[in-house]
Structure formats: C-alpha cells, structure tokens
Design a protein around this ligand. Structure first.
Ligand code: SF4
Ligand code: SF4
Length: 284
C-alpha cells in the first residue's frame, strides 16, 4: 500500500521542461515576483507500514489521570491543536465529517476503515522529515497526491492514506507525487502558460471564492509559476504551499486534470505554486 515515490521523471506531457524552459526564457521573473506578494517567506505558518486500522478504534490507555497528564505534556510539546480537538483525536481521528470520505488532491477517496497510523509511516513535521533518508527535497503533504486540504478553516487537512489531522507541511513515507497532467490535444506544451483556458474556467470562482476575471490576470512569468516541490526545495516557497491548497485555485472542471487560477493566466496544475499563493484557510 502506498509505495514511497522515489521521484522518477514525469511520464510525459508538459512536465518540468515546459515550466523551466518558459521561465528561463522570461528573464528576471523571479526577482520581479518578490514584490508581488508578501507570501514568499512570510505567509507560511505555517517505512511503509503493513497494518491498517479503523480510525474510530481507541488505543490502549492507562488511567484517566495518567491520560490527562500525558495529554497536557503533549500539548506543551507539540503544535497547537484545533479548538475542541483532543491530542488523541488529532493523531488517530476521527476527522470532521467533511474529510471522512473526501477525495484527495490526486482523486483518491478516503476510506476511514483503511488508513495507516502516523507511527507506521514515519509521519513527521517538515523539519524532522528532512532528516529522514527517504525524504525528497521539497516534498510535503501539500504536494502529495493523498492530501485533502483544509475544508473547515482550522488550517488542517486530512489524508487518504493516513489517519488523523494532517498539516500541509507534514510528510510521511507513503508520499506520492501528483500525476503530471498531459498536454491537451491540439496544444503544445510551451503554449500552456499563456493559453486561454477552456470556457468552464474563464469566469469561474476559485476554491476560496474569488471570481476569475480574464482581463485582469498576471502572467505566469510575473507570478513566478513553478512546480511546488521545486519551489520548496529551492527555498523560494515555504513548505506547505501549492496550488492545491491555494485560495485562488480553480480545480479541474473538464476532466483533463488541469485547473486554472483566479489571479494568473493559463493552464495551472494542482502541484504548481506561485508567489501570490494564499492559503485556502484564510477564505473558509
Ligand atoms: S498527504 Fe502527507 S501524510 Fe498523507 S500520504 Fe501524503 S505525505 Fe503522507
Ligand atoms: S492557484 Fe497557484 S498560480 Fe494561482 S495564485 Fe495560487 S499558487 Fe499562484
């Protein structure tokens, strides 16, 4: 279940080539970009296992008093929990209803009866994950095919493979690359960054509720659009940022696995990123 992806080359299509070639051709885009947004560097707050479990199962515990003490110590040691969520629920679930059977960024339906425990899959926060020999630079939940971004404004998401609450900056050993969209028929890869998007996207609302105005968009060069994994690995983006969890993203509407953006022109893939990234939680 959930083989660790070793980062093989994308199968076909636009791939990294088109992004890099386009951006290299547009000199100075990266520096021009820094002034576009306060997001860069400032807005990011942010072993394979074999046994699967039900997220509603309760682990063995000591006395209530011991449990309360441990919970208090845990809370001091770890990140702040969402309001009203216990440490146990944070680690083991259940997650809120909106996530329980939701689709992940890669289109996988979450099955609450078939999930790994965090302890089985080397689950870690980003800084700790970097020390894991299986971790590939730039990879985190936000650009994983199994991630389910925040749906209720508490800043946490969920996962189609792992139980409990999941932060976009986290990582585990069953990380899976998002599938690379192929170039639509009749188009060339180099045209995608500037192409007019299909009708269903032109004036659509983004997942954060912003309406797309085709006459008021940034170019991909100006916005410094690139792949999220690459942007995080290069230190251009903060861990946990991708189009998939951006308020401006308009997810696939016609089945070609591409999306669009309410701020930036052209075809946009869910694993992309740009300098005007804004966490979807801010609009929920
Ligand atoms: S979303 Fe995160 S926790 Fe889930 S499989 Fe991917 S890397 Fe692991
Ligand atoms: S959806 Fe992607 S391209 Fe659009 S603003 Fe967000 S990060 Fe940038």
């Amino acid at each position: 279940m959930g083989d660790d992806d070793t980062g093989a080359d994308p199968p076909s299509g636009r791939g990294a080539w088109s992004r890099r070639a386009y951006l290299v051709a547009t000199t100075g885009s990266a520096t021009g970009l820094a002034g576009l947004s306060g997001c860069v560097g400032g807005n990011g707050d942010g072993a394979d296992g074999t046994e699967t479990i039900r997220e509603s199962e309760t682990p063995e515990r000591g006395t209530a008093e011991e449990g309360a003490d441990e919970e208090e110590a845990d809370e001091e040691e770890h990140e702040e929990l969402p309001e009203g969520v216990t440490r146990e629920a944070f680690e083991r679930g259940p997650v809120p209803e909106a996530y329980r059977t939701a689709l992940s960024l890669g289109g996988e339906a979450r099955n609450p009866a078939d999930l790994f425990r965090k302890s089985e899959v080397g689950f870690a926060e980003f800084e700790e994950a970097r020390e894991n020999s299986a971790h590939r630079p730039g990879t985190c939940c936000a650009n994983c095919a199994d991630y389910i971004p925040d749906k209720n404004g508490d800043e946490y998401g969920a996962c189609a493979e792992v139980e409990g609450y999941i932060d976009r900056e986290d990582w585990c050993t069953v990380y899976e690359d998002l599938p690379e969209p192929s170039v639509p028929e009749g188009m060339a890869a180099e045209d995608l960054p500037t192409a007019e998007v299909p009708e269903p996207y032109r004036t659509a609302s983004s997942q954060g509720g912003e309406e797309r105005d085709p006459d008021d968009l940034l170019t991909q060069a100006d916005a410094n659009v690139m792949e999220s994994v690459e942007a995080i690995a290069d230190g251009v983006a903060m861990p946990g940022q991708s189009c998939g969890n951006c308020a401006e993203f308009i997810p696939d509407r016609n089945g070609d696995t591409w999306g669009a953006c309410a701020r930036v022109e052209g075809y946009i893939a869910v694993e992309d990123w740009c300098a005007v990234w804004e966490h979807v939680s801010e609009e929920l």
